[in-house]
Design a protein around this ligand. Structure first.
Ligand code: ITT
Length: 203
């Protein structure tokens, strides 16, 4: 069985990763479960660069028992057109890493208070990077298009989900059941594309 070690410290991401990759018959461990501590400087300019920084840092620290594991990393974020693409690759750090998403979401709504619905376009982007046991690197990207809402809606998901509405403004991604979010989300798309490269099409 293939072992995948995920280079993330984000528990919400890890939950979605397990939901999405559950059917591929691989053993999926967080870096913490594999006994690896890693927090590299995410100083890349793109989601792909940052995902590779995170995956490579864990690959270099693989203990002997996991030398045959594939290391994956997820770098993701919210790109808001009316904010010139912010928070983008800075999504986790924007307004401070410890600031609550309730406060961050309120600030985005405030920034867009005079922006009409047709200009409230935004997307979640997810780059998944892989470092294979021989050091080969791969990246894939998944995107979901939407619009910034006028208030927080829904209790599912995490982060910016309560203000991220589907393009028709019907529901936020925090209002979707997890399996429906995973079916259409940036993370679901990127992880299934990576799984197709690593395992073929089954799953
Ligand atoms: P790791 O680097 O340890 O994986 P992180 O939280 O720092 O964890 P990122 O640098 O990739 O991860 O930041 C991504 C941020 O973008 C994340 O913290 C959320 O705020 C936001 N984000 C990404 N995917 C999201 C999703 O599906 N729903 C809501 N917000 C999301």
């Amino acid at each position: 069985m293939k072992t995948i070690i995920f280079a993330t410290g984000n528990k919400d991401k890890m939950r979605e990763i397990r939901e999405i990759l559950g059917g591929y018959g691989a053993e999926i461990l967080s870096m913490r479960e594999a006994g690896i501590i890693s927090d590299p400087d995410e100083n890349g300019k793109t989601f792909e660069e940052n995902a590779l920084i995170k995956a490579s840092a864990v690959h270099e620290k693989l203990p002997e028992q996991y030398k045959d594991a594939v290391v994956l990393a997820d770098d993701s974020g919210l790109v808001v057109d009316a904010m010139d693409g912010m928070p983008g690759v800075l999504s986790a750090r924007w307004m401070g890493r410890d600031t609550s998403y309730h406060v961050k979401n309120a600030q985005i709504i405030e920034n867009l208070k005079d922006v009409p619905v047709e200009k409230r376009t935004a997307r979640f982007v997810d780059a998944i990077a892989a470092v294979l046991p021989d050091g080969t690197e791969k990246t894939v990207r998944g995107v979901i298009e939407g619009r910034i809402g006028y208030e927080e809606r829904g209790e599912n998901g995490f982060g910016y989900d309560p203000i991220f509405m589907l393009p028709d403004m019907s529901v936020s991604t925090a209002e979707l059941p997890p399996e429906e979010k995973n079916r259409i989300s940036h993370r679901g798309r990127a992880l299934r594309a990576m799984a197709a490269e690593l395992f073929g099409e089954q799953g």
